[in-house]
Design a protein around this ligand. Structure first.
Ligand SMILES: [Zn+2]
Length: 497
């Protein structure tokens, strides 16, 4: 159990298949939290919405003696079930003591597909020493159950990574968890305060640090990734699975999720959604309903939004458009704009895992200077910097009025015929320089850019071009078609060096 096969990749994100005893789980996926004592949303309802997986709390199951036999006998053999240990309760109330071995033995008995041991979440600890203790205790607890873990390899055991917002601790915790034998999955404990206060930059930093210190092939879970708008950013960094109770907690509090933000039901005049709930009711009708009915309907809507987001992210990966999807999200809320900018700090990491060849050849959509940090452009700039020129003399043609691929453009062909001894390079925004000889290859041949390119992109493109020109020792450079080009300043680049 626990084989994980990656089917598609984009940035550092992926679509994968995790083998479990109850079937194949396609990731990225979201595990709704089911509280077995509160049945606002039942497992049956989850199934009818197309969820074939959920997470529940083994501490509550055990304490209330809810399971006789195996967990799937109660909830259905067609569900992939993850259990966590109850650590969340310890974090919340601080007074629940439960032996790690007892709870893990219980999990081994009821046999969920995926199980978490009794870790010690860093949570919102803001003291380094205190956070370090949670990391140490979690690692100790992972080791003290190794015999049970090894005997029950039909369960995928999850090793949590702690450290909260202390990145040095997250790094240590990730490396050690990655080394601990018997665990088929790793999980990052995310401080809920980061999510609730929209501090996504810190969350992104900790996901990056954890992911870049564990084996790429191990499925990676994020605890508490409970709102749709953070999912694409986490997936882009390589998170495979999420769980959260937010859909129901928010619903009890009249909070309504969308792909971009959370609304209060009172503030909505219309529903910006066509799920079965929003198609049938108006915000006013929900507000007039009794609390129980309203909570249930809001929870169902919130679940639809989580599901929809997962679908959008997967389709973006499939099309190789995850970067563009993040750009789109970035402009829906300043916190997401920050998240997007934070992710760009890790563009080297994203480029490393972004596939060189994507399933279907398609155009790269370029918008503003941020687009220069997408893997395809970074790779092109690396290529052009190391490109060995064959000729001593070069002609740079400003290409913003040319048609792509440049090698077939009549103007380029005419220039080529008249200037045999010159190397031909096309200057265009975002890419800097494109050698005509390689202009037919991806992604130089397929891209779309705005009719008016913004000034910052122009400036950054000119900087790139200047750097490349200075690296090469051409004895002569001529500029053509540049007078009316957006890159006309190219002609002032000092080529006499
Ligand atoms: Zn809806």
């Amino acid at each position: 159990m626990g084989d994980f096969e990656v089917k598609d990749e984009d940035l550092a994100g992926r679509i994968g298949i995790l083998e479990t005893r109850h079937g194949k789980l396609e990731t990225p996926t979201f595990f709704p939290v089911i509280n077995p004592l509160k049945t606002e949303i039942s497992v049956k309802e989850l199934k009818s919405m197309g969820f074939n997986n959920f997470i529940t709390n083994s501490f509550i199951l055990r304490k209330n003696n809810i399971i006789q036999g195996k967990i799937h006998e109660k909830f259905g053999e067609d569900m992939i079930i993850m259990t966590d240990s109850g650590a969340y309760q310890i974090l919340e109330y601080g007074d629940i003591y439960q032996e790690n071995r007892d709870i893990v033995s219980y999990e081994a008995e009821i046999k969920p597909d995926i199980a978490v041991f009794l870790d010690v979440p860093t949570g919102n600890a803001d003291d380094w020493e205190e956070a370090k203790t949670t990391v140490r205790l979690t690692l100790e607890r992972g080791k003290e159950i190794s015999d049970i873990v090894k005997l029950n390899q039909d369960i995928i055991w999850v090793h949590p990574i702690q450290g909260g917002s202390f990145l040095d601790l997250v790094e240590y915790s990730a490396k050690e968890a990655n080394k601990t034998e018997g665990f088929g999955m790793l999980a990052l404990g995310s401080p809920t305060v980061l999510m609730e206060k929209y501090r996504y930059s810190t969350l992104i930093d900790s996901i990056y640090v954890a992911k870049s210190n564990v084996s790429r092939g191990v499925p990676f879970h994020l605890f508490g990734g409970g709102v749709p708008h953070i999912i694409p950013f986490a997936v882009a960094l390589g998170v495979d699975t999420f769980d959260s109770a937010s859909y129901i907690i928010f619903a009890r509090d009249n909070r309504y999720l969308t792909g971009e933000r959370t609304y209060r039901l009172e503030d909505l005049e219309y529903f910006p959604c066509s799920c079965p709930v929003c198609s049938k009711y108006s915000p006013k009708e929900l507000l007039e309903m009794n609390k129980e009915g309203r909570t249930k309907l809001l929870a169902i809507h919130n679940l639809w939004k989580m599901k929809e987001e997962i679908g959008k992210v997967k389709q973006s990966i499939k099309e190789g458009r995850l970067f563009e999807y993040l750009q789109q999200k970035a402009y829906s809320h300043p916190a997401l704009y920050s998240a997007f900018r934070s992710i760009l700090k890790y563009s080297v990491y994203l480029e490393k895992y972004d596939p060189r060849v994507k399933g279907k050849v398609r155009g790269v959509l370029l918008f503003d200077s941020y687009s220069m940090q997408r893997p395809e452009i970074i790779r092109h700039l690396n290529y052009i910097s190391s490109y060995r020129h064959k000729k001593e003399k070069a002609i740079i043609i400003c290409g913003d009025k040319l048609t792509s691929p440049f090698s077939s453009d009549p103007k380029v062909k005419a220039i080529q015929n008249r200037n045999k001894g010159f190397e031909l390079l096309v200057a265009i925004p975002f890419y800097g320089l494109v050698p005509v000889l390689s202009s037919e290859s991806y992604p130089m041949s397929q891209f779309e850019m705005p009719e008016e390119v913004d000034n910052q992109t122009i400036e950054e493109t000119l900087k790139v071009i200047e750097k490349i020109i200075k690296q090469r020792n051409y004895s002569e450079i001529r500029f053509m078609e540049c007078e009316k080009s957006v890159l006309s300043h190219i002609m002032s680049i000092n080529t006499s060096l």
